[in-house]
Design a protein. Structure first.
Length: 394
């Protein structure tokens, strides 16, 4: 029996990943519950299981008194001396209880408690394992779909891929394998609740970390990721090593690295941008694939105007404004885009305004001078210029 108990504990430890000490504690609690069910809740029963031999000791502790008033908790000094000749009044003495006396109901109770405690320990182990993996990419298999949310089997537990964290227009069938970002691990009474995501920007960042060794090693750093899942992602990267091109490292030879990420995202377009602390250059890069001619910025308002060639205007704006919207999120600047021809028209207008302003200023200065001369009684410059010179008398 003892060897069988240790064998079962070892098997549970291997299969469930639960420490043997916790299983032994669960068995001790189960035997204690069964004993109290057999002999009454008033009994002070202690259970000990030897982790070396598997021997189970069930002891009923009673206080030594002169006159017994509560037989369940007390024992007379005369009876205590028969068990232990050194017993004294006020001490507690233990009386071994035979395991054979446990009835079928008590055994069933012990079985239920063991199952419950092992299940609780298993859930605690799962929570600890996955809580430290929060923020990583994990793999699983689709079990089914419930209210458009996918149930994913991770092996030891299940996870949820909510509809809000799915890539639009992406579908899975039962048995399909997938990778996803472990977004959140929430404890609950029914076990840890794992929330997955394939739509968050962090998923793309972690995919590049898996595909690009330079990112995993910290040579290339992902500075920011913005995306509209299923359509387009913009990611900016920098390098600690001047000899390593961050964009080239992420793209890979013949685009093999970035294409692996694109396949995982079901064809989502990815723009990889070199990070720089110069806002003009960075905004121009962020608007790729469009080619930007020039960028003007207003630091106080953190706004920018990007000028592009006429044929690049629609590409710079993107479908329904997607490209410029993502560029603004990535850079943190408000971006307005104008075409080259519109920019030239604005320049002509500005030049005309400058000319008109200069003429108006000159006119105002002349009028001010005339008023000053008139007040002094002297001829105005215009009047002096109009007088004919007098010829000398003969």
């Amino acid at each position: 029996m003892n060897r069988e108990l240790l064998s079962v504990i070892g098997q549970i430890e291997r299969e469930k990943g639960i420490k043997g000490e916790k299983i032994i504690q669960a068995v001790e609690l189960a035997v204690q519950t069964a004993a109290r069910k057999k002999y009454g809740a008033g009994e002070n029963i202690q259970v000990h299981i030897s982790p070396e031999t598997g021997e189970i000791e069930v002891v009923s502790l009673k206080k030594i008194v002169e006159t017994v008033t509560n037989p369940r908790a007390e024992i007379a000094i005369e009876d205590a001396l028969l068990i232990d000749p050194g017993a004294e009044l006020g001490d507690e003495i233990g009386d071994l209880m035979p395991m054979e006396d446990f009835g079928r109901i008590a055994a069933q109770t012990a079985k239920q408690v063991i199952f419950q405690r092992v299940r609780e320990a298993e859930l605690e182990t799962v929570y600890k394992e996955y809580s430290v993996r929060q923020g990583e990419i994990i793999s699983g298999m689709i079990l089914g779909q419930e209210r458009r949310n996918y149930i994913v089997d991770l092996g030891k537990t299940e996870a949820l891929l909510p509809v809000s964290e799915q890539i639009p227009r992406e579908g899975f069938r039962r048995g399909d394998r997938l990778r996803a970002y472990l977004l959140e691990v929430k404890p609950s009474s029914r076990g840890p609740q794992l929330i997955l995501s394939r739509a968050c920007p962090e998923f793309v960042s972690k995919l590049f970390e898996l595909e690009v060794p330079e990112v995993a090693e910290g040579i290339v750093t992902v500075r920011g990721v913005v995306r509209e899942p299923g359509d387009r992602t913009k990611i900016c990267v920098s390098s600690r090593d001047k000899a390593v091109d961050p964009v080239g490292a992420c793209v890979g030879v013949k685009g093999v690295r970035v294409q692996a990420v694109v396949r995982e995202l079901r064809g989502e377009k990815i723009d990889i941008i070199t990070w720089t602390d110069d806002p003009r250059t960075f905004i121009g890069e962020a608007l790729s694939p469009a080619v930007v001619e020039k960028v003007g910025i207003t630091e106080a308002e953190k706004s920018a105007i990007a000028v592009v060639a006429d044929h690049q205007l629609s590409l710079a704006i993107g479908k329904k404004g997607q490209n410029v919207r993502l560029a603004a999120k990535l850079s943190g600047w408000k971006i307005d885009i104008i075409s080259q021809s519109e920019y030239e028209k604005e320049r002509v207008k500005d030049r005309d305004r400058e000319i008109h302003a200069a003429i108006a200023h000159e006119q105002a200065v002349r009028e001010e001078q005339e008023a000053r001369h008139a007040a002094a009684g002297a001829p105005t410059p215009s009047e002096g210029a109009g007088d004919e010179p007098q010829s000398p008398t003969a």
